[in-house]
Design a protein around this ligand. Structure first.
Ligand SMILES: Nc1ncnc2c1ncn2[C@@H]1O[C@H](COP(=O)(O)OP(=O)(O)OP(=O)(O)O)[C@@H](O)[C@H]1O
Ligand SMILES: [Mg+2]
Length: 255
């Protein structure tokens, strides 16, 4: 299956969540694939460095239809990885918005899934709703929407809900989604207020698990590590492990 991690708001924990979900699943011996679909290439930088040549990045799948299996590399201890490149920004301006371009990733993924059907794909998205993010939503069986625990992020979640409802007739299905409260600070009343309003508005679509504001989570990208390698006994590691248990038991994450 394929899960996209998306929110059009920046800095809410999309990359952090994509990385730590993939890492936690891999530690549980689940085969995973991470795709960096953000021209900012944050995930690619955490792995080491984005490729110098865009032909070795996910961008090559757009102008040249390079098969995705040719773009996959190993991420030691994690699984397979398709890196990004800053050229990816062009996808939103250079190829139009027709159904062909919006389905490009979905079609490419079908071939990949045939060769490794049990591998769970996690797609890290960019912070805007354009052709790139729509490619991820069209390709995904489920969407994880990290929402940092503040009022403006909550407004952003309401906007996403409207967008997803507007997409239903186009996709001819409901996009299964889970809103995930991130950067949850137990010392702030605001975190609890945002949580209770999110649960009121979105009910079962809000994850039970919340991800705490945690210094080890904030530090881990600087040392090119996921949270389980950086601080396995931290609150952040505990939260992400709990999230994996929750989403796996609901079969929202499955091979
Ligand atoms: N639970 C957390 N506790 C502390 N810091 C966090 C937490 N989650 C994320 N951060 C930090 O917040 C910043 C933004 O996180 P991240 O890059 O994952 O967000 P993003 O939504 O992917 O951003 P962008 O929209 O730019 O792609 C990073 O510096 C990250 O380390
Ligand atoms: Mg990011």
């Amino acid at each position: 299956m394929r899960v996209a991690v998306f929110n059009q708001k920046g800095g809410v924990g999309k990359t952090t969540t994509a990385l730590n979900l993939a890492a936690g699943l891999a530690l549980g011996f689940h085969p995973v694939r991470l795709i960096d679909l953000d021209p900012q290439a944050h995930l690619s930088a955490i792995r080491g460095a984005p490729p110098a040549d865009w032909r070795q990045s996910i961008y090559a799948h757009f102008p040249e239809s390079t098969p995705l299996h040719e773009l996959e590399v190993d991420w030691e201890g994690l699984g397979r990885f398709i890196p990004s490149h800053s050229e990816l920004m062009k996808v939103d301006s250079a190829f139009g918005k027709g159904p062909e371009v919006l389905e490009r990733l979905n079609r490419g993924m079908r071939d990949l899934d045939r060769s490794a059907p049990r591998r769970l794909t996690i797609i890290d998205c960019c912070p805007y709703l354009g052709v790139l993010a729509l490619n991820a939503i069209f390709a995904a069986d489920g969407l994880i929407v990290p929402v940092s625990s503040d009022y403006l992020s909550m407004r952003g979640a309401e906007q996403i809900e409207r967008t997803l409802k507007a997409l239903e007739p186009v996709l001819r299905r409901r996009v299964e989604r889970r809103y995930l409260l991130t950067r949850f600070d137990r010392r702030r009343r605001m975190s609890f207020e945002v949580e209770s309003r999110m649960r009121e508005s979105f009910g079962r679509d809000v994850c039970e698990t919340t991800i705490s504001e945690n210094v080890a989570v904030a530090e881990s990208p600087a040392v090119n590590r996921h949270i389980f390698a950086h601080a396995a006994s931290s609150r952040g590691a505990e939260d992400y492990a709990k999230l994996i248990d929750e989403l796996s038991s609901q079969r929202f994450l499955r091979g």
